[in-house]
Design a binder for this molecule. Structure first.
Ligand SMILES: [Zn+2]
Length: 177
């Protein structure tokens, strides 16, 4: 299945975004929405009391772009990290070991490869420059703690980092059309 991205950028004015202030993108941050649907995640972001947004929402059969990559989205709970990163939210719960199906992993690898190629992001599991989970992002108020300001643990203990990075490297070795 090829990479298909549905643009939902018309919602951008409803979301929490800011300029990157000249900071170059060098990091990809992976998340889980902790909900069951794209619609649920969008509804959550639209709540006035919720400060949150991400560039992409991803399921086994759909990828939506909600924030343009040149804008800073609010997904990492760390302003410096938000400015240097692109956020992907996988729809599902980080405590669910069944979330990382072959179809979801395939979608995630294809989208990651596209982003990594365009921005020259190193394929290393580290909190910038590289690819990390929300769980790896430093708490800006206490660098000994992780998961951003709210200590999130996504994408969780079941996320197959080794397989993901191997498959991503294999995808990047394939010639582009
Ligand atoms: Zn998260």
């Amino acid at each position: 299945m090829p990479l298909v991205i549905e643009d939902r950028l018309k919602n951008a004015e409803l979301q929490d975004v800011s300029p990157r202030h000249g900071v170059k993108v060098d990091t990809l941050v992976l998340h889980t929405t902790e909900g069951g649907s794209i619609a649920g995640a969008v509804e959550w972001w639209r709540r006035k009391e919720v400060i949150g947004s991400a560039h992409y929402l991803l399921t086994a059969d759909r990828i939506e772009r909600h924030v343009e990559e040149w804008l800073c989205a609010f997904h990492a709970g760390n302003r410096a990290m938000n400015r240097r990163s692109i956020g992907i939210e996988v729809v599902g719960k980080c405590g669910d070991p069944g979330l990382w199906s072959p179809a979801v992993m395939r979608q995630l690898v294809l989208l990651s490869a596209d982003i990594v190629r365009r921005h020259g992001i190193p394929v290393l599991h580290q909190p910038g420059p590289g690819i990390c989970g929300h769980a790896d992002v430093p708490d800006p108020s206490n660098p000994n703690l992780r998961g951003g300001l709210s200590h999130h643990t996504d994408p969780g203990p079941h996320f197959p980092w080794g397989r993901y990075l191997d498959d991503l490297r294999a995808e990047l070795r394939r010639p582009t059309a």
